[in-house]
Design a protein around this ligand. Structure first.
Ligand SMILES: [Zn+2]
Length: 140
């Protein structure tokens, strides 16, 4: 389930939900009673996520923080692509999907490589015919 979100986030999540590649996984996250996903616009973090177990709110609580303006200034320089809120949220939700699957099956977080690969797959699924982001880098 997702916490209340802004109209812009609602629109972006709707686009992700309609993806033939990852839409089904997003719906699984939205429908799950086991995970709460909370999204916050912040200053100074282009994109970030954390997942905590057994919070007062849910079995798994995922928090996404993002600064779209900062991401828009970083992406062309770091990854040679533009970025939209849809790309950015798909990326962070890819990390969360990797975490959700891993916590459920093993009780542990996923490897960083697996999580990063999933995040790029989700982001690039929303890039249609491209151009694609090819590297993860140090930032989320
Ligand atoms: Zn990432």
């Amino acid at each position: 389930m997702f916490d209340p979100i802004t109209p812009e986030e609602f629109f972006a999540i709707g686009e992700i939900r309609r993806s033939p590649v990852i839409g089904r996984h997003l719906i699984d996250l939205e429908d799950s009673e086991e995970i709460l996903v909370r999204i916050f616009a912040v200053d100074g973090r282009s994109g970030w996520n954390t997942i905590h177990k057994n919070t007062p709110h849910a079995q798994l609580e995922a928090v996404i923080e993002y600064d779209l303006n900062l991401a828009k200034s970083l992406y062309p320089r770091l990854y040679n692509v533009h970025v939209t809120l849809t790309h950015l949220l798909a990326h962070e939700l890819g990390h969360i999907w990797a975490g959700f699957k891993s916590w459920k099956t093993t009780g542990n977080p996923p490897s960083e490589d697996l999580s990063n690969a999933e995040s790029l797959a989700w982001e690039n699924a929303m890039r249609g015919v491209g151009p694609y982001r090819l590297v993860h880098g140090k930032e989320h």
